[in-house]
Design a protein around this ligand. Structure first.
Ligand code: SF4
Length: 434
């Protein structure tokens, strides 16, 4: 048997804010590696394919698909912005008589739509259901849908097949936990993975990094967990085990990590260079409605202090901000820029995008506030897919570019680098005193 796992491209024809953004930033060192990493979900499923099958992993942003190749199965997965491209590839393979499977976030939240293209759809986490599909396929009776299964035990999740990666990636994704208890209305993490927070063993994670090290010299590790340091005891144990591996990494966290001196010290020692933090907005009144319990809104008054604390540990901040809450006006653009400058941070700035599977999507759809001329491709965070009371779509898109240009200007970037160097010196001085 021969199976291909295909990571689809993020492409679209014609003008989009997303394309303008990609053209402007992807080759700059400051923002290097955007979208440039392998699909961890597919590599994890590939680990469950019987050893006597032939496997190919094709990352189409850099590799081409050969539609004449005789695959028995092609499996695709991806996010909403990749959905149209996934369907195009699936439809083409179907005309060649190849069996097609689709999984991932978009297939999970829009499985009926996915089923109108793929022969089989995997809903939810695939570790349990994909092997069942493979068995059924081998015996000639694959089902049209598998899952959702119960929350899988991450400790039995297989070692992803990093060895299948052939492209020259800078960043390698590793996942240590799943789930997030915060339940923000614009995020699908809690709905897809549940509120319970699960983690792999620290030994599993070490083994994954060792495998990456065996295929790539000096890789940069991207911990892709939605919110990595929630389980404090596990985080401490893991970070201690990472120290001897001498890696460099970025992780995603909420801002509360800034309160934990001990974890921050361990993170520095373990090689954390950057934290990606969902700050959403510099002010509390506009994010008050993103969560039912208002946790994030309550944090905003501590943002600057917590950011300073993280930076004092030699870790730079990549804040994530959303523009397009209903009460946003032109003033908010200036406020974000001011916040970035004052706090010496970099960031990702996106337009409020109600992704399918989130509470926001249901709310915007019901109120008729989703733009009907937009395909899934436009659900990429930079193209405007909503009707906003104070901005036209183009104004929001231009505002995003303006904030990006400001944040990645040489002046701001130099401030960020200087601040990180100060933090590193501070940590090295502390080490010498111990
Ligand atoms: S946005 Fe972040 S904090 Fe909120 S639910 Fe998603 S992962 Fe959790």
């Amino acid at each position: 048997m021969k199976i291909a796992f295909i990571e689809p491209e993020y492409k679209h024809e014609g003008y989009t804010c997303n394309q303008k953004f990609l053209d402007a930033y992807t080759d700059k060192k400051k923002h290097a590696g955007l979208y440039n990493n392998a699909n961890l979900g597919l590599l994890t499923l590939a680990a469950q394919v019987p050893t006597d099958w032939e496997i190919q992993y094709i990352h189409t942003p850099i590799e081409k698909i050969d539609y004449n190749e005789q695959f028995d199965i092609v499996a695709l997965g991806g996010m909403t912005r990749q959905a149209n491209e996934i369907y195009r590839i699936i439809d083409k393979f179907k005309t060649q008589g190849v069996y097609t499977v689709m999984g991932g976030i978009h297939a999970t939240v829009c499985h009926e739509e996915a089923a109108s293209h793929a022969h089989t759809v995997i809903v939810g986490e695939g570790e349990d259901s994909f092997p069942r599909f493979l068995e059924d396929f081998s015996s000639g009776a694959p089902k049209s849908c598998y899952g959702p299964s119960n929350e899988i035990d991450l400790m039995s999740s297989p070692l992803p097949r990093y060895d299948l990666i052939t492209g020259d990636f800078q960043n390698y994704p590793v996942q240590t936990t799943r789930g997030c208890p915060r339940n923000c209305k614009f995020c699908a993490a809690t709905r897809i993975y549940g509120k319970s927070y699960r983690h792999k063993t620290s030994e599993q994670v070490v083994q994954e990094i060792q495998m990456i090290n065996s295929v790539r010299r000096n890789p940069f590790i991207l911990f892709v967990d939605d919110n990595m340091f929630i389980h404090k005891a596990f985080s401490r144990e893991l970070l201690q085990k990472l120290i001897p591996l001498d890696i460099r990494f970025q992780a995603l966290s909420d801002i509360s990590i800034g309160e934990d001196q001990e974890l921050l010290e361990l993170m520095y020692k373990a090689g954390c260079k950057e934290l990606f933090i969902g700050l959403e907005s510099p002010t509390s009144h506009d994010i008050a409605y993103v969560q039912h319990n208002g946790w994030k809104a309550n944090q905003t008054k501590h943002y600057s202090q917590l950011i300073r604390n993280i930076q004092d540990h030699g870790i730079r901040i990549y804040g994530s901000f959303i523009l397009g809450f209903d009460n946003h006006t032109q003033d908010h653009i200036a406020r974000i820029k001011e916040f970035v400058w004052e706090n010496k941070i970099l960031g990702q700035f996106s337009i409020l995008t109600p992704f399918p599977g989130t509470e926001f999507y249901d709310e915007f759809k019901q109120k008729g506030r989703l733009r009907e001329d937009k395909s899934w491709y436009h659900y990429n965070l930079y193209d405007c897919v909503i009707h906003h009371p104070n901005f036209s779509a183009r104004e929001l898109e231009d505002a995003i570019i303006e904030i990006f240009e400001f944040t990645f200007s040489d002046e701001n970037y130099a401030r960020v680098v200087r601040r990180q160097i100060e933090g590193v010196k501070n940590m090295e001085y502390k080490k010498k005193r111990v």
